[in-house]
Write a protein that binds this ligand. Structure first.
Ligand code: SF4
Length: 190
């Protein structure tokens, strides 16, 4: 079957790039028939929520696209003075963190001496944490040490992750200092 010049130019991207208006091959010249019909996942979003990538201490800005109450795409936030629209491969894949099958959706607890994880209700887990903090603080409280007033506990420590942002670190420091803990550190500084 003879190939018409129109079919030829539609089918061969290099020719389209050289003869059409898309000289850099970043638009129509690089599209196939199929990709011409596609639209981005972001096009159907009903709202865009500003957020911060949770993976590392750089804190790149993210635009979180939401459709029908579900996150459908996460992209770099061009308004962020930190990252100016860019995300590294980890940040670009953070949609999996919210909707992926590997995401943990339950509180898991392994009791002392236990060999397996058990599911706990969130309220119960929070109450257990609170009880243990109160008991540890009470049992390890020191008013004085070596003749000096210290008013502290060495029984509680905090090690934050690099994914915590400024505001979260501020609140953690405030909470643990108020409890009398002095061992307050963040992984990003290690
Ligand atoms: S996008 Fe990459 S560099 Fe930016 S905060 Fe996330 S993990 Fe860190």
């Amino acid at each position: 079957m003879p190939v018409t010049s129109e079919a030829w130019s539609r089918g061969w991207p290099v020719l389209r790039q050289l003869t059409g208006g898309d000289r850099y091959g970043r638009g129509s010249a690089a599209q196939s028939r199929r990709s011409r019909r596609l639209s981005p996942r972001t096009a159907a979003a009903t709202r865009v929520v500003k957020s911060v990538c949770p993976y590392c201490a750089v804190g790149c800005g993210q635009d979180v696209y939401v459709q029908d109450g579900k996150v459908t795409q996460i992209e770099g936030d061009a308004d962020s003075p930190i990252s100016r629209g860019r995300l590294c491969p980890k940040g670009s894949a953070s949609l999996q963190l919210t909707t992926g099958e590997a995401r943990g959706r339950h509180v898991l607890y392994r009791r002392p001496g236990g060999t397996d994880w058990e599911r706990l209700e969130l309220d119960k887990a929070m109450a257990m944490v609170a009880d243990r903090v109160v008991k540890t603080r009470r049992d390890t409280w020191e008013w004085e040490s070596e003749g000096a007033r210290v008013r502290r506990t060495l029984g509680i420590a905090s090690l934050g992750g690099a994914t915590l942002d400024n505001e979260e670190n501020y609140l953690l420091k405030k909470l643990f200092t108020a409890l009398g803990a002095i061992q307050i550190e963040n992984q990003a500084r290690i």
